[in-house]
Write a protein that binds this ligand. Structure first.
Ligand code: ADP
Ligand code: GLC
Length: 504
């Protein structure tokens, strides 16, 4: 089984969120199952700086986009082969792959991911001097939508699968932008790139892919409803037999509290007392009071509307009446960043905020916090709650998407049957957050019960073993019917216009 896995970020070469983690860990797990899987991503300036070496395989003529070079390299900590598309639009710009430093989308994102798609198309069609053609092309999110759309037009192309990591980011551009891309005019149709007069890359990918995977069973159901469908629920309902929800795995080695080199004191279920050393070290590092009795609540993630941080800001003054501390790491929306900075000044020693990306601190917050807060409005899967479970840090979550599928609320029955591992809020508002935190406090004050809760999470297996097997079965199903095409869809009956952005 030969698979080309196309993605816009892979940890540790480029990362803005969980897509990067999954693009590293899932292909690795598939490789171990014997799949000839190869990764392809853009050669961003920062990515080239992080790679030790590479070879130039070929020069790719991308028409109006000019020439790109195909580079071959290897992932730093994995045997999976890696290809990079080197073009000045990627390789001369450092920082976030989608946004400038003020958080605005790069003005040429359509051109950049269109050229990435054209280059990947050449790999998929064995036109890149590799002497290798995949049986399956696996795309991820809107950045690969044009690729899958181009492949669908070609009867010789391999079948494709797309994984939706986040339906909120769709890669929406104007008709005028489409005209400048020099793509086949035939792609301007409702079951390809056109969507209510605009160009929509994710929609194009969803229309073109033979199977649509997403990263949790709950999210697979939610996105077929107007509430979570971001304007694409109608088409997803029409494709419902092709939509599959599979929970993400994590890299159990990179996130292993027993071997984690970022921690002050690595620990396991047998040495859970050592977790207190990590709490103390975190309080010191983040200039929080060295208070062993306060419930230290961690938060790590993109500061975006998705994550429900505005509700935490609204709840903050009432939360601070409780014996808790907050350790927050993240960045993104300038309004949220400013809100948390103000809060830190109002509650010195009790709320600490670090803005920016910091891999080591993310691990130390997972390990040193007592509980982890994820009040997401929607959450396709969520990896941070899985990391926190593994680090004995029960999550307090809003029960949506992957949070609903991985966090089991704590009450007598779930404690007795050994499944309780955190706290699930059924609503997302200030009272719900206060309720969730108060319940965590109530159990935190019962050390034996708390320890039971911690060990439930720490002994769960969040690895990729079964998830990778499910992806392999999907690949096999598609490869068994290579000529099958996606049926043309009728426009959905009463469409809701998408509010989608073009991705943070
Ligand atoms: P999303 O993909 O929506 O951002 P996930 O929970 O799936 O959410 O994954 C987020 C990933 O990004 C995790 O690995 C998390 O640790 C990491 N991360 C997010 N923000 C930061 C940050 N500021 N510093 C370090 N790691 C971060
Ligand atoms: C997205 C989602 C997140 C998911 C990640 C990896 O960014 O927001 O929930 O865990 O992708 O699939």
């Amino acid at each position: 089984m030969r698979v080309l896995f196309a993605t816009s970020e892979i940890h540790p070469l480029m990362k803005t969120g969980g897509l990067a983690d999954v693009s590293a860990s899932l292909p690795h797990a598939l490789f171990e199952l014997g799949v000839d899987i190869r990764l392809v991503m853009p050669a961003y300036a920062d990515t080239l700086a992080r790679l030790k070496s590479w070879q130039v395989v070929s020069e790719l003529n991308l028409g109006i986009c000019g020439m790109a070079r195909l580079l071959r390299s290897k992932m730093p900590d994995s045997p999976v082969p890696l290809y990079l598309i080197e073009h000045p639009d990627f390789s001369t710009r450092s920082g976030n792959p989608y946004n400038d430093t003020t958080g605005h989308a790069w003005p040429d994102n359509a051109e950049r991911f269109s050229l990435f798609s054209r280059a990947c198309e050449m790999l998929a069609l064995d036109q890149a001097m590799l002497d290798w053609q995949p049986d399956i092309v696996h795309g991820n999110d809107w950045q690969t939508g044009i690729l899958l759309s181009l492949l669908r037009e070609n009867p010789l192309a391999p079948p494709s699968l797309i994984t939706i990591h986040n339906l909120a980011y769709q890669g929406v551009f104007s008709r005028a932008t489409f005209n400048q891309l020099d793509l086949p005019q035939s792609l301007w149709r409702p079951d390809a790139l056109e969507h209510w007069g605009e160009m929509n890359c994710l929609k194009a990918g969803l229309n073109a892919a033979r199977k649509i995977a997403t990263v949790s069973p709950s999210y697979a159901r939610e996105i077929q409803t107007p509430t979570f469908g971001q304007g694409l629920d109608g088409m997803l309902r029409q494709r419902h037999t092709d939509v599959v929800g599979m929970i993400n795995g994590i890299d159990m080695e990179a996130w292993n509290p027993q071997k984690d080199a970022y921690l002050a004191a690595p620990f396991s279920t047998d040495t859970l007392d050592d977790k207190a050393l990590n709490k103390l070290a975190l309080q010191t590092e983040m200039q929080l009071e060295n208070d062993a009795d306060a419930l230290l609540i961690g938060m790590v993630g993109r500061m975006a509307e998705q994550k429900g941080l505005d509700v935490v800001l609204a709840a903050a003054d009432r939360l601070m009446q409780l014996p808790i501390q907050l350790a927050i790491l993240g960045g993104g929306d300038p309004v949220l960043e400013a809100g948390f900075q103000t809060l830190m000044l109002r509650y010195p020693g009790r709320i600490s905020v670090r803005l920016g990306y910091n891999e080591g601190l993310a691990h130390r917050i997972e390990a040193g916090s007592d509980a982890f807060l994820m009040p997401s409005r929607f959450e396709p899967c969520g990896l941070n709650q899985l990391y926190s479970l593994r680090y004995g840090t029960p999550p307090i979550v809003h029960g949506v998407g992957g949070l609903n599928d991985t966090v089991i609320d704590t009450y007598e029955a779930t404690l007795n049957n050994g499944t309780a591992n955190g706290f699930v809020m059924r609503n997302l508002d200030v009272p719900a957050i206060l309720w969730g935190v108060n319940r965590a406090l109530e159990f935190f004050r019962q050390p034996e019960v708390w320890r039971t809760l911690q060990s439930h999470g720490m002994t769960q297996d969040f690895g990729w073993a079964s998830g990778a097997q499910s992806y392999l079965e999907l690949y096999q199903e598609l490869a068994a019917k290579p000529g099958e095409t996606v049926p043309a869809l009728t426009p959905p009956p009463s469409p809701t216009r998408s509010r989608a952005r073009s991705k943070a």
